[in-house]
Design a protein around this ligand. Sequence first.
Ligand code: SF4
Length: 453
Amino acid sequence: MWFPSVFSILKPGIGPSSSHTLGPALAARDFRKNLENSVAAGGHLQVTLQGSLALTGKGHLTDQAVAAGLCGFDPEGDAPEGLHRVYETLRREDQIRLGGRTFAFDPERDILFDPTTQDLPHPNTMRFRLLDGAGAPVKEETYLSVGGGRVRGGTIPPLPTTPDGGAAPTLQAALDHCLTESCDLARLALENEAAHHGRTEAEVYAQLSLLWRIMSACVEEGLVGEGFLPGRLRLERRASEMFESYQKNIRRWRLLSREITLATIYAIAAAEENAAGGRIVTAPTCGSAGVLPAVLMILKDRFHLPERAVCDGLLVAGFVGGIAAHNGSISGAEVGCQGEVGVAAAMTAAAACHMLEGTVSQVEFAAEVALEHHLGLTCDPVCGLVQIPCIERNAAGAVAALNAANLALLSQGRHLISFDKAVSALLAVGRDMSSKYKETALGGLAVLGPEGV
Ligand code: SF4
């Protein structure tokens, strides 16, 4: 049976947002590729951001991502600092040179924010246009940033879909396969990569090791990062101070376990790194990228696990996230934060349960518990920045994931609601949710506070 690739969920990227920074940069880079292959002698470029991208794009650096992508910036490989540098250069030069041709483009003038158009093909829609000297369109492309840095449109390969005649990939089907074949979810995920995504076992583990290095570096950088995060909230980074305080007063942390305390600090460290525009791994998105590394790092240290065990945890997490993205959504603009931190918690709970030798039924239960208790979670980022509530929410998601794994391990895995049903509920709740709570910064915390900003 076909399942999505774990690497469609776990991808290197830059903060602060997978749908609003990473996706737009990839779309712009693709449009540049189109220009490279076109016969256009030059012209004037214009980009229109619509829906949630127009409403929270400034705080999520969408304009900088689009400008940098049009200049060829690769958000998956280039140094994150390059984003701002390229943007500033472009603002000074007002043009993009490409294969001996010149395209006029001033990001402040030519990136248009259109929050009013309704009936969009997706809440995160981008329209790229090349205009001639008279302002008539010569070339147009529409891109949709559908969550987790995944983009539809242009020459970007379409998102993988269930092969013709195949049933939708469910965790129940995976569970049945594992029980019949006496294997675990990590093994099934590995076989799926080989059978359907053309990756050998060695390639899969090499890529997972690379992702783990980025994830742990993100936490470590976050633990020493100081100063203010970008944006008008002037939010001060706290992870380093929290970590120092924890180390100085270890005995005071008896109220909660050492693991829960560290999960909180590590998740905040990674989420602050993301908010600062640092290098992260989407899990499943940038805004929720602190949950998984925080918990995996604790399990690795606490139980002295080898890197291979962490990679198996990543396989399980990516597998569960792939099903949630395929059958539900991981886009805050589509379903609110239940699709971001909620799915991150489900992925992480499943990984933790697997790494602690839970059965496949317990792994499924852990994922379900974590997702179920995030249903209805809104996305209402203050000032449109991925900071409040996002940073602390990663900590809450990491703790919830540990708790869900614990609950599943304490049980025999028997439960009445399946993970697949929780994913269906996620989608249904997301559809019913007012757009005010779907990454538009038009409701909830976003309109209430804080004072004086
Ligand atoms: S509230 Fe959740 S979904 Fe919204 S930007 Fe923050 S992390 Fe992403």
